[in-house]
Design a binder for this molecule. Structure first.
Ligand SMILES: CC(C)(COP(=O)(O)OP(=O)(O)OC[C@H]1O[C@@H](n2cnc3c(N)ncnc32)[C@H](O)[C@@H]1OP(=O)(O)O)[C@@H](O)C(=O)NCCC(=O)NCCS
Length: 217
């Protein structure tokens, strides 16, 4: 079973099921018996995590810079992801939402097109990645995936795409934070080769954060 994954560059790669993933795939399949189809990404089985999740057999994940007309949709999506986060205080959520309005997103891409990346599956907005140039490094400001599309490799694809951006900018390093109790974020960053370099106690919004870094060259 395979499908193709078009990268933003237009390159089309064949995607195959990974045999090592088979037992996990079977387990997940048994857990979601009501869902009839299994879909494969480059490294991960695209398996439904909720009954709302519906992909056709020929699934595609597109990761690319946002376009201006998508900014309002992204603002709403960002808000839904942030508001659902248990590890951010109300004050932190309000502060972050104010930074990523549609207007602000348009300003960001006006200055730096690739600073806002989106992931779409069959035109549905399922992920985003915000980053800033930071004196030759890249600061990964936010990464989010739609709850129904998590553990399908989309976060990894966004981080892969961010590394391409860093290399294009001749940047040597990506760095970022994560809340100390955000286990999904820590697991993804570690899996992608980020190193946890310190803990900041009572930092942004008086909350605790890990700081991570990854050298890309
Ligand atoms: C963190 C987040 C972006 C991960 O996105 P995702 O698309 O689900 O991640 P991926 O499917 O690419 O995961 C790749 C690997 O990361 C690790 N990982 C990701 N989520 C995990 C979780 N909840 N528990 C354990 N490991 C996890 C796994 O090793 C996974 O590989 P596997 O599925 O083969 O085991 C997503 O959970 C999210 O949007 N959370 C809410 C927003 C957020 O917290 N953003 C980060 C703020 S710093």
């Amino acid at each position: 079973m395979h499908f193709t994954l078009p990268y933003w560059t237009g390159e089309i790669l064949p995607i195959y099921a990974v045999p090592a993933k088979r037992s996990a795939l079977v387990t997940l399949f048994e857990r979601f018996l009501t869902l009839p189809e299994v879909h494969i990404t480059r490294d991960y089985p695209l398996v439904a995590h909720s009954t709302h999740f519906a992909l056709s057999r020929q699934a595609t994940v597109e990761v690319r810079p946002i376009q201006g007309f998508e900014a309002e949709e992204l603002q709403n999506f960002f808000e839904s992801v942030v508001m659902a986060l248990p590890c951010y205080s109300a004050e932190a959520k309000a502060g972050e939402l104010a930074k990523y309005t549609a207007h602000e997103l348009c300003d960001r891409i006006h200055d730096d097109l690739e600073s806002v990346l989106v992931a779409r599956v069959h035109d549905k907005l399922v992920g985003f990645c915000f980053s800033n140039k930071d004196d030759q490094a890249i600061w990964l400001a936010w990464l989010g995936v739609h709850p129904d599309y998590r553990r399908l490799g989309i976060g990894k694809l966004l981080l892969d795409r961010l590394e391409q951006r860093a290399k294009r900018l001749a940047s040597h390093k990506i760095w970022c934070d994560s809340r100390t109790d955000n286990r999904a974020s820590a697991a993804l960053l570690r899996r992608q080769g980020y190193e946890q370099i310190c803990t900041l106690r009572r930092h942004w919004y008086r909350q605790d954060f890990f700081i991570w870094e990854k050298f890309v060259v």
